[in-house]
Design a binder for this molecule. Structure first.
Ligand code: SME
Length: 165
């Protein structure tokens, strides 16, 4: 019972913080068209907002190899440089165009362990204004099952507002 109550409080706190940081990001980026600046700002502001974020950043679709992601702006320990579409959690998000919410990365087929401390993650596809995939946004935690639907839905909302508008 206490645990269920704690989960609800946690989820409500997260909702509030996501709503605040969404507004802060929109305000900071107002009038800034550069894509790298927009990605770096989103990664920095989200990473600074939540304790359960361990690695936070973008893998961008490589214009020279359109079936490959290359690391973009991020906050955290050294990330893998390249991920093929279909490989690991980021590759699955890129290949399907669907958000991936993974409670236990060790149980995910083909998970890429850039940092062995990563235990759970959420990866959200990022689309440009024309609806074409431009990147995926990857957040890893060093705790198992650290992300829930609140994270997934808010990240989708924030990323759509910043990159698809
Ligand atoms: N966890 C990702 C790889 C990228 S990093 O962890 C920074 C994956 O399996 O797609």
């Amino acid at each position: 019972m206490a645990e269920a109550f704690n989960d609800l409080t946690l989820s409500a706190d997260r909702e509030v913080r996501y709503a605040e940081v969404a507004a802060e990001i929109a305000s900071v980026l107002d009038g800034e068209p550069n894509l790298t600046a927009r990605m770096a700002t989103v990664a920095s502001m989200l990473a600074a907002s939540f304790d359960h974020y361990f690695w936070t950043g973008f893998y961008v679709v490589d214009p020279d190899k359109p079936d490959e992601l290359v690391v973009g702006p991020y906050q955290g320990t050294l990330g893998c440089l390249r991920i093929a579409f279909g490989r690991g959690v980021c590759g699955a998000a890129a290949a399907t165009g669907k958000t991936q919410l993974v409670q236990d990365v060790h149980a995910f087929p083909g998970h890429i362990a850039c940092d062995s401390r990563s235990r759970s993650e959420v990866v959200v596809p990022v689309f440009g204004p024309d609806g074409v995939l431009i990147a995926v946004f990857d957040v890893d935690s060093d705790q198992p099952a650290a992300f829930d639907e609140t994270d997934a839905r808010w990240l989708e909302r924030i990323l759509a507002r910043v990159f698809s508008g």
